[in-house]
Ligand binder design. Structure first.
Ligand code: B1N
Length: 861
């Protein structure tokens, strides 16, 4: 026709925005188009979904920036006490949808981009996850930032800006986990603000010389100096102006490269030191629950704590108060022992730079820090070899020795002559090499210590820190049960359920999302049939949404009529994904033996797994890590080879291959391992689950937080009497959860039995023995591949699969039984959601604010 067609959306709207004429077109559309034209230098003709995402993000960011500046200004003006959350991991996931929710601009933006020819759903899907964390510990940090801002608390996060987040997981056809780097910054990150003006120098190596002038001072000089540069991430609160900050540090060489080497013609040498500076923040360590004494990891920890402390101290000094008042203005939360070097680092600053006496410095330190323990598993407790510390941080090692000396003197005073106790409590573990016990250092250097669920906090007090409770008194040790943000984990991931709740409660989500115990008002609705129908229909649509996602991403067709049974978490022996897959095999074998008539009574089930296993040789491939000056102790090497969990993935994938194709059973049982588990995948999986599994050996899972997410979304829980499962059951009632397995006090005895009085598995648990034998016989191929994994159960069985298997199978049968009565099942589901108010991270963060940090909410006008 000769007339060119407008590329997308409404031509009039685009043109009016582009010409910036005053019309009825909203300011949102205008700012979007403005970013398309200026920030992105693009046109409607060549704007794809990714470009539209970038324009939308930049436009939303403009809104956040106004609030963020206002918040910072008020904190500076009023100088309230502030808290700082130091975490080596922040598993943020996506930001755009969360920012829109918190700003209350979701609908406006949806309508705006629609006029311009885009769908909000497609735009949101363009965003890459910020995956700077391994699992629960990192996601908890993200939930706590969300809650701090939403509760208007002056809390900042400090972390590292890893160039590569948690690795991407690929699953080969044979079921092997393959790892690829996660270049999350490749498309640029609109949510961060580089602050090249905020930078600190951080020293490594060199030598420390005591002055011996009657003061405790020393001079630390020489070695390598690296620059820490700040990148700020805005953290908006929900329906409040408060917009806090997450400051992430990037490492840079202090000088571009070494000019001396360059001039001498040593070009490789010239860039080597700059490479090693950049390497510090290059990659997140993917070893969840392991500590293995790598120099680069220790460098990360010191780099991050030194830069964060310098920044906090500079801000404190601007207030103009004497240094002794530091703890009146600053509380620092240590997220596990990873930032424990902050304790000797603050001592170093106070003594060497501020010229404070030792006792004053220690007084300040022990009133500033708070330590949260996240695990009692021995292999996860951080210990750093003394020779490594001496080499990398000579002054800090001196300070640690001084702290230890004074500490042991005071222990000796309270328990005279108790040499065993002194050896047990020393910060230094004897051995070859000697090692520094970071949990002990964190404990004695902190005002308070807490665990993350009632049972876990009790275990901390009675096991790993027992001596410290006896010495320092019980009141230093507490509990703050973890929580999750209901913004992301209900409203964002399950919009239909959120809308139904608002209608039913007759109150805007702006209210109940910040007062989550109001969900209890849903309870009377369990008796309302129409409501139950609607409740069930939403679950069904969430299952279809998941099935659609799997269809489009993996090309697999899922039976949405079946019960959805989900276990998603990092692969780890203690979490017992193996118990689950062996249970699936048991179910399969049982179905194979059934008559057609018997099968009619069986409830179809789809089992989902997702999760990453710690990779064996990943870091070495990504960074040329500087080599250790000393040989690695042998047992470090043992932790570098986590093959058990890799075999579990392989078994899951190969079992899936067989049973999903078996015409005898496939309508009744199917199995999927979804690769590359992430926060955004969790947002699709969790609302779709009928039942989820949290089946750790009793006493091993400190809390768990996905258990809370499933239950908040009306999924029922199948689990052991462990971690926060216990408190969930207390809230929702034991009749609404499916518990099984031995209790924590029995675990030690059972392990003793396995070691000293082993009973052959055929005798102890014939059902499990049969399953193991079928795998050994090659029913799922690769028989010899699985032998080492199966042998860990036949012998030793540290995680007690053979002790819990029968009661696990019985619990699964109870789930089947309960699911047959759909009315009762939906009632359980409603009751579960209704009683989850306690698990809002708003409750948890307020406990920290009141009972630990002593900080107050700040209204940002
Ligand atoms: O922290 C979560 C808890 O809900 C989980 O139960 C707990 O397992 C998890 C070393 C860890 N504990 N320890 C770690 C992570 C990385 C690492 O390098 C240890 N993660 C947990 C939140 O409290």
């Amino acid at each position: 026709s000769g007339k060119e067609k407008w590329p997308r959306g409404e031509e009039k709207v685009w043109k009016e925005c582009m010409r910036d004429v005053d019309t009825e077109v909203s300011s949102i559309t205008k700012s979007f188009v403005n970013h398309v034209q200026t920030s992105l230098a693009r046109q409607p003709y060549n704007l794809d979904n990714l470009g539209a995402y970038q324009a939308a993000a930049l436009s939303v960011r403009d809104n956040l920036l106004v609030n963020w500046n206002e918040t910072a200004l008020q904190y500076t003006r009023k100088a309230p006490k502030r808290a700082y959350y130091l975490s080596l991991e922040f598993l943020m996931g996506r930001t755009l949808d969360n920012a829109l929710l918190n700003l209350g601009l979701k609908d406006q933006y949806s309508q705006g981009v629609k006029k311009l020819g885009f769908s909000m759903e497609d735009i949101l899907d363009q965003e890459r996850d910020a995956a700077l964390g391994n699992g629960g510990l990192g996601r908890l940090a993200a939930c706590y930032l969300d809650s701090s801002a939403s509760q208007e608390l002056p809390v900042w996060g400090y972390g590292l800006r890893y160039k590569y987040g948690i690795f991407q997981q690929l699953i080969s056809p044979a079921g092997e986990q393959l790892e690829a780097p996660d270049p999350w910054l490749d498309n640029q990150n609109p949510w961060e603000l580089p602050r090249l003006d905020v930078a600190y120098e951080v020293r490594f190596y060199g030598h420390a010389d005591r002055l011996n002038d009657g003061t405790p001072r020393a001079v630390w000089a020489g070695g390598q100096e690296v620059l820490a540069v700040a990148y700020d991430v805005m953290i908006p609160g929900c329906y409040t102006k408060t917009t806090n900050n997450l400051r992430l540090w990037e490492s840079k060489p202090k000088r571009g490269f070494d000019l001396n080497s360059f001039n001498a013609g040593n070009y490789e040498g010239a860039v080597e030191s700059s490479n090693s500076a950049a390497a510090i923040t290059s990659v997140l360590y993917p070893n969840d629950h392991t500590s293995f004494g790598k120099e680069l990891r220790l460098k990360q920890q010191y780099f991050w704590t030194a830069a964060s402390l310098a920044d906090i101290l500079r801000r404190f000094k601007n207030i103009g108060k004497p240094i002794t008042e530091f703890p009146d203005y600053v509380a620092i939360q240590l997220n596990d022992t990873h930032p424990t070097l902050a304790i000797p680092e603050l001592m170093r600053i106070l003594i060497d730079e501020e010229d404070q006496p030792w006792a004053t410095a220690w007084q300040i330190v022990t009133n500033t820090f708070f330590y949260t323990n996240h695990t009692v598993l021995p292999e996860a407790l951080e210990k750093w070899p003394v020779p490594l510390l001496e080499h990398l941080l000579p002054r800090h090692l001196q300070i640690i020795y001084d702290i230890n000396l004074l500490f042991l003197q005071s222990v000796e005073k309270k328990f005279p002559g108790d040499r065993d106790r002194l050896a047990r409590m020393s910060l230094i573990e004897e051995g070859f090499p000697k090692q520094v016990r970071m949990a002990y250092l964190a404990c004695i250097g902190s005002r308070k210590v807490n665990g993350v669920a009632e049972l876990h906090s009790d275990l901390v007090k009675t096991t790993i820190l027992k001596d410290f409770v006896e010495f320092e008194g019980i009141s230093k040790f507490g509990n703050v049960t973890n929580g999750i943000t209901p913004r992301r984990w209900l409203d964002q991931c399950n919009p239909e359920l959120s809308a139904l709740i608002s209608t039913t409660l007759k109150v805007d989500k702006a209210v109940w999302l910040k007062e989550l115990t109001r969900l209890e008002e849903l309870l009377p609705k369990t008796e309302d049939e129409a409501f139950r129908k609607e409740w069930a229909a939403i679950k069904q649509r969430n299952k279809e949404r998941l099935a659609h996602h799997v269809q489009t991403t993996l090309g697999l067709t899922i039976n949405t009529k079946a019960m959805f049974d989900v276990q998603i978490k990092r692969l780890h022996e203690y979490k017992r994904q193996t118990l689950n897959i062996l249970g699936v095999i048991h179910r399969y074998l049982t179905l194979k033996n059934m008559t057609a008539e018997e099968k009619k009574k069986v409830n179809p089930r789809v089992v989902f797994f997702a999760g990453k296993a710690a990779p064996a040789y990943y870091i070495a491939k990504l960074v040329s890590a500087p080599s250790l000056p000393l040989p690695l102790p042998l047992y470090f090497i043992a932790w570098l080879t986590p093959f058990g969990t890799h075999q579990t993935i392989r078994l899951i994938v190969n079992v899936a291959r067989i049973i999903n194709e078996d015409p005898d059973t496939k309508d009744l049982l199917s199995l999927y391992f979804l690769p590359d588990y992430s926060v955004s995948l969790a947002e699709v999986l969790i609302p779709a689950s009928d039942i989820s599994q949290h089946i750790s050996t009793a006493g091993t899972e400190a809390s768990g937080t996905s258990n809370m997410k499933f239950c908040l979304n009306g999924g029922l829980l199948l689990g052991t009497v462990d971690g926060a499962n216990i408190e969930i059951a207390e809230e929702v009632g034991e009749s609404n959860v499916f518990f099984f397995g031995h209790l924590t006090p029995a675990v030690e005895d059972l392990r003793y039995q396995h070691t000293y009085h082993p009973i052959p598995i055929e005798e102890k648990c014939p059902a499990l023995a049969n399953v193991l034998n079928q795998v050994s016989a090659g029913l799922f191929g690769d028989a010899d591949v699985y032998e080492p994994l199966l042998n860990t159960i036949r012998q030793g069985d540290h995680y007690l699969l053979s002790d819990d298997f029968d009661s696990y199978i019985a619990a699964l049968a109870m789930v089947d039984e309960a699911y047959l009565d759909q009315t009762e099942w939906v009632k359980k589901s409603i009751r579960t959601t209704a009683k989850m108010g306690k698990f809002s991270s708003d409750r948890a963060i307020n406990e920290y604010a009141e009972s630990y940090w002593n900080i107050e909410a700040q209204r940002i006008a």
